[in-house]
Structures are given as structure tokens and as C-alpha cells.
Ligand binder design. Structure first.
Ligand code: ATP
Ligand code: MG
Length: 437
């Protein structure tokens, strides 16, 4: 019973685990049952970094989100009154979704389902894939108890993606896109029957029923995928990229650039703090080879907002400025380079990795990813004499990192005899496995 809590504590970042504990306490005080669910459970069980926490509450989730806002200093990023769910951003950067346990009834394919409060078991059975339908109880009487009505844990072990219902793709055709996204992300195989259901749904032209806002939401999620290259290849192969633009399949889809983006993102080691808004860069690559009309059509189809388009258009100028800063001869110390790149938007840093022709700039960014960021993990939370989660703590930790960076020799001193250099991975023994967004 305790094993799953132990696994969570080891797998989540210290900040994420603290949020799990605080939310458990708040739900306990409110007398509501709370569970960790969805991607957070899937990724923990499969050994992938957990991006955001998914909580499901048997009871009033929106009220609990408000309490978290008040008592834990979380920021309410968005709320969905139809599904009774909210997105929260906690101090320290942990993001979470908190949703009411619900049943969804579909009256028309692709349309908004009717939402009914439900038990956690009923909720899990309404989800898309078995691997996403595992919950972990955070409640006092059953703390650490896994709830797995569709044998999702077995499918995670077998590395298989399986729909829970035969009509899953008919009920919500956007799940066809989700399937490919999870395939690229997790590297899991698609179960044969699920594949047959997918083919049938395509045959029945279910793809045309995906609502525009669902296409947009999915595009935003695609942008967040570290395996952008594999994902875009799969979407082209499955003729799903056409949903966004008939002009895209073929030479106008810059797969080489997406693979480059994937490689650049892989350079960011797990556990390090790297703030990234991936959509502007993703859009930049996606639209690169389209003409003005094709671009406008794609943006309209996916309901991309003006602000999102602006951020993407501005990226070029932001990155150019960063490129100039990074060329500066003043950047002598490791701590100076670290500070410039820490403050820069992550998407501009990656943009330069993809597009800059300046050797010095590329080398400096690579040094930052491969040496300085991993070295920053050597300063653990326990070493900082302040209360975690407070601004004072952040500042003290940052200062310790800067001091540590400059104390490191630029190159390992040549050994009198050939002693092999330590592998890069020895820098990476951090407590957490996380890509901060
Ligand atoms: P990510 O790591 O991208 O957040 P995720 O699996 O957590 O992956 P979310 O979109 O955050 O995906 O959704 C959380 C959970 O809600 C999913 O794991 C799944 O159980 C359920 N879910 C989300 N979208 C759907 C859908 N369209 N149909 C059925 N269940 C869904
Ligand atoms: Mg999630």
C-alpha cells in the first residue's frame, strides 16, 4: 500500500510532491475524497517526467481550487464550469488540474458531453485510454491505494495504448489525435483492436467532426510534446496533419526542423529549471513554409488567438536580441552566461539552437544546457537555509548556484596520467525528474 506513495515521493519533484501533500490535506479538511489521476499517474508508473499533476475530487473541485488559491497561494489559471475543473499554478512552478469526478454522456459525436457528478470508479471508466485511467487514493483511510478498473497498470507494463470503449473515437474524435500524441510521447504500441476502431472511425469520417476549439487545444498540446519530430512524422503518416492544413503534407511540413527542435529539447536535462512557452516556437516551425493565405487558414482552423500569433511573430526579434547578448565579450564567467540564459525565454533559446549561424552563440547555449544547468542541480533544496517555496529561498538558492558555477574549473585540470573524465550523467544526480515549463 505504501509502495505507491513511496514511488510518488521518489518520482515527483520535491515541489510537486509538496503540492500533492497540501492538496491531500485541504481535501481532507473539506471532507472530499481526492485522487491523483491521469497523466500524472501514467507518467509516474511509466517512468516519464510528470509535467503537471492531475487531481480528481469526489465533490466540489472548483471550491477546492479556490481554497488552494487562498491557502496555498496557487494561481487560478483557468476554470471550466462545464466539466467542473480548474488549472492551478502553485508557487515554485508546479502546475495542476483539479477536476470533479464525473461521468460524461455523449448524445452526438464530437459535441460537448453531458457532465454528471460520479464516483472515482465511474469517472475512470469514462476516460479515453486505459493507461490514463489509473487513480491513486490520497485519502486517509486508503492512502496509496491504486484504483485501476481497466487494467491500465498492465497496459503500461506492456507498453500498449488501448481505448476503454469500442465507440471511444466516435464519442470524441479528437481522441484519434490524442492517440498519436501519446504514441509519439511514450513510444507505446497501439493495441490491434484500438487500431481497428481508429480505422473504422476514420472510414466513418469522424475526423471531420472534431470541433475547432478541440483542434486548437490539441495543437497547443502538440507544441508541448518534447518529441515534436516523431509526433509530426506520425501525424503526416496517418494523414492527420491535413486536419490543420491541406497544404501541409509533403515538403511544406518541415520535418527536419521539427526533428531539430526535438533534439534541442532533449538537450535540456530532466530535473532542471527551464521555463518554456513552446507554442510560439512550434507555430514558427509549423508555419515556416506556408504562404500567407495558407497560414491564415491554418490559424483560423485551429482557432489560434491573436495573442498567440503575436507571440510567435515576436519570437524572431526576441531571439535576435538574445543572440546579440550572447555574443558579448563581457560574458566571461559561467555565472554571467547562466544568468543571461536563465532570464531569457526558453523558446528564444531553443529558437537560436535551431536557427543561429553563430558558432559562439551555439557553443554558449550548449555549455549552458550540458554543463551549467546540470551543475545547478548540485545545489539541492536541503542545502539552502530558508523555507522552500518562499522568494527568500529562491534567491538564496540562486546565489548558491552562481557561486558554485564560478568555483568550478573551466576545464578539468589535465591529469598526470590519462584518467577518463567523469561521464556527463554524474552531474545529473538531482532529486527530481522534471521539465519545468
Ligand atoms: P499530459 O501529460 O499531456 O497532461 P494527460 O493524460 O494528463 O497528459 P490531460 O489532457 O491533462 O492529459 O488530461 C488528463 C486526463 O483526463 C487524461 O489522462 C485522461 O484520463 C482524461 N482525458 C483528457 N482528455 C480526455 C478525452 N478527450 N477523453 C477522455 N478522457 C480524457
Ligand atoms: Mg495532464
Amino acid at each position: 500500500m505504501g509502495d505507491y506513495m513511496f514511488m510518488l515521493e521518489n518520482h515527483l519533484s520535491a515541489n510537486q510532491f509538496r503540492v500533492v501533500e497540501r492538496m491531500r490535506d485541504l481535501a481532507g479538511e473539506a471532507g472530499s475524497n481526492i485522487f491523483l489521476t491521469g497523466g500524472a499517474m501514467r507518467d509516474t508508473l511509466a517512468g516519464f517526467p510528470v509535467r503537471d499533476l492531475d487531481f480528481t475530487v469526489e465533490g466540489n473541485a472548483l471550491k477546492l481550487a479556490k481554497v488552494a488559491e487562498k491557502k496555498l497561494g496557487a494561481k487560478l489559471v483557468s476554470t471550466d464550469d462545464h466539466r467542473k475543473s480548474a488549472e492551478l499554478l502553485f508557487p515554485g512552478g508546479t502546475t495542476a488540474e483539479i477536476a470533479m469526478a464525473r461521468q460524461e454522456r455523449y448524445t452526438k459525436s464530437g459535441a460537448r458531453p453531458q457532465v454528471i457528478p460520479a464516483t472515482i470508479h465511474e469517472d475512470l471508466r469514462c476516460r479515453d485510454f486505459t493507461v490514463n485511467a489509473v487513480a491513486l487514493s490520497l485519502n486517509k483511510a486508503s492512502l496509496g491505494l491504486p484504483i485501476d478498473p481497466t487494467n491500465g497498470i498492465g497496459d503500461i507494463e506492456r507498453k500498449e495504448l488501448r481505448t476503454i470503449h469500442n465507440y471511444s473515437f466516435y464519442d470524441e474524435p479528437v481522441r484519434m489525435l490524442r492517440l498519436m500524441r501519446f504514441k509519439a510521447r511514450l513510444g507505446f504500441a497501439i493495441d490491434d483492436r484500438t487500431r481497428a476502431h481508429f480505422d473504422n472511425a476514420r472510414e466513418a469520417e469522424m475526423l471531420s467532426r472534431i470541433a475547432s476549439d478541440a483542434l486548437g487545444d490539441e495543437l497547443r498540446k502538440m507544441a508541448e510534446e518534447p518529441n515534436a519530430g516523431d509526433l509530426m512524422e506520425a501525424l503526416e503518416q496517418e494523414q492527420l496533419i491535413d486536419l490543420y492544413s491541406p497544404a501541409l503534407p509533403g515538403p511544406k511540413l518541415n520535418l527536419a526542423a521539427f526533428q531539430k527542435l526535438q533534439k534541442a529539447r532533449q538537450m535540456v536535462q530532466s530535473g532542471v529549471e527551464f521555463r518554456l512557452h513552446p507554442l510560439p516556437l512550434f507555430l514558427n516551425v509549423l508555419l515556416e513554409k506556408l504562404n500567407a493565405k495558407e497560414r491564415a487558414d491554418l490559424l483560423k482552423t485551429a482557432g489560434v488567438t491573436k495573442a498567440e500569433v503575436n507571440a510567435s511573430q515576436k519570437l524572431d526579434a526576441v531571439a535576435k536580441k538574445l543572440e546579440r547578448d550572447l555574443k558579448s565579450a563581457k560574458l566571461q564567467k559561467a555565472s554571467q552566461l547562466y544568468q543571461v540564459l536563465m532570464q531569457a525565454p526558453g523558446e528564444a533559446v531553443l529558437y537560436l539552437l535551431l536557427n543561429s549561424a553563430q558558432r559562439l552563440v551555439l557553443d554558449r547555449i550548449k555549455n549552458y544546457f550540458q554543463k551549467h544547468l546540470p551543475a545547478s542541480l548540485e545545489i539541492t533544496d536541503e542545502m539552502v537555509a530558508a523555507t522552500p517555496g518562499t522568494p527568500k529561498f529562491q534567491k538564496a538558492k540562486e546565489q548558491m548556484i552562481l557561486t558554485r558555477l564560478d568555483a568550478r574549473p573551466k576545464k578539468p585540470a589535465p591529469a598526470p596520467e590519462a584518467v577518463p573524465a567523469p561521464p556527463m550523467s554524474s552531474f545529473a544526480r538531482g532529486p527530481s525528474v522534471r521539465h519545468a515549463r
